[in-house]
Design a protein around this ligand. Structure first.
Ligand SMILES: [Zn+2]
Ligand SMILES: [Zn+2]
Length: 381
């Protein structure tokens, strides 16, 4: 168990990270703070620069056994924080508004317990993953050749969740998060003087028609197999000037499906609609793809391991609200390990994740460490 001194130091560490948020792919300072916290704990190995600015710490037990990985995220968001906390962000336009500072602190707390009592058998990997918010980090870590030596048999993660009672857990086997991706559609025609619009090729009509048509490609129903959602996120056309008609315009959409297998069909359908409208209106069309997240599924045995830990600690849990529409790149670790992720309530009145008023509840630090530690002892002692 953590001592009171641990909890005080870990809370300070969380506030330290919180003051200096770094967005996806730029977590250099945060990674350095993590390494500084890990080094005195003498893991058998620390790997840095993993899939970008990722850090992994490895402890080995005396006997052979499975490798158990716990994962947190290093990145913050390009959103201005608007809390009055003494530890609020000192960097304009950036904030730890998803609680990744808290998740990272939980893993450094777990590192303290592992250092004091290394696993009897097998290996423990603590992965501080970069770039979760743009969906690129888990894939980059998996693609890093140095990850092969850390390859886990089991992988666990948690995410705090405002709206749920503080400390209440949500976990269920099966689908947990939807697949999602950003699709940017650019129409190109030709500008014209506003007095002679017929001499140009404007994307206006195609863009206007594409919005309801793309949205109708989703079904917006219950989050169950077959679920498809198309959200219109951004649109832009021409210049803010009355003298010309536009020669280009673009639309940004987010596509969501519960199953990875359904994503390609939804993407093809929306791109087909755009191509059809472009042809009708004499426009060129180009596509770019962004923020791709695979679906996240909780493996049955890994989910059971989490539930055993929660039960042993007397922490209430259920499977309410799963699967979620939101995405999470942790699911990719399911391709190499038995993996599962649980939600930990951040309080019913806490502002939502990514909200400018959000801040991670420090009360979850000790609880998160205890849950992970229990899972670890269950599998490796
Ligand atoms: Zn987030
Ligand atoms: Zn997050």
């Amino acid at each position: 168990m953590l001592t009171n001194a641990d909890v005080i130091e870990l809370t300070e560490f969380r506030h330290h990270l919180h003051r200096h948020p770094e967005v996806s792919g730029q977590e250099e300072w945060t990674a350095a703070q993590v390494v500084q916290a890990l080094e005195p704990l003498r893991p058998h190995r620390i790997v840095t620069g993993l899939g970008g600015h990722g850090v992994a710490a490895l402890w080995e037990g005396a006997e052979a056994g499975p490798t158990v990985m716990f994962r947190s995220e290093l990145d913050a968001l390009p959103i201005e924080e608007r809390t009055q906390a003494a530890h609020r962000s000192t960097l304009a336009g950036k904030g730890h508004l998803c609680g990744h500072d808290g998740h990272t602190t939980i893993l450094t707390g777990l590192a303290r317990l592992i250092a004091r009592r290394p696993p009897v058998r097998g290996r423990v990997v603590l992965l501080f993953q970069p770039a979760e918010e743009d969906g690129s980090g888990a894939a980059a870590v998996l693609a890093d050749p140095r990850f092969a030596a850390l390859r886990p048999d089991w992988a666990f993660a948690l995410h705090n969740m405002p709206g749920l009672p503080l400390g209440h857990a949500v976990i269920a086997p099966g689908p947990a998060n939807c697949a999602s991706e950003g699709l940017r559609i650019v129409f190109r025609g030709r500008t014209a003087h506003a007095s002679m619009p017929e001499t140009g090729v404007s994307p206006a009509t195609a863009l206007a028609a594409l919005m309801p048509a793309a949205r109708a490609a989703g079904n917006g129903g219950a989050v169950e197999p077959g679920f498809r959602l198309v959200s219109i996120c951004h649109a832009r056309m021409g210049e803010p000037a009355f003298g010309i008609t536009p020669g280009e315009g673009e639309l940004w959409l987010t596509l969501r499906t519960l199953l990875d297998a359904d994503m390609a069909a939804l993407r093809d359908e929306v791109m087909g609609l755009a191509r059809q409208l472009a042809a009708q209106h004499g426009l060129e069309v180009a596509f770019t793809h962004h923020d791709r997240f695979a679906a996240c599924t909780n493996e049955a045995e890994a989910s059971r391991a989490i539930r055993r830990s929660l039960d042993a600690l007397g922490i209430g849990h259920d499977g309410q609200g799963l699967p979620m529409r939101a995405s999470e790149d942790f699911g990719l670790f399911g391709s190499v390990a038995r993996s599962a992720m649980f939600l930990l309530g951040a309080g019913e009145t806490r502002p939502a994740l990514h909200n400018p008023d959000y801040d991670f509840p420090d009360d979850l630090i000790a609880q998160g460490v205890a849950i992970f530690d229990r899972i670890l002892r269950d599998l490796l002692d």
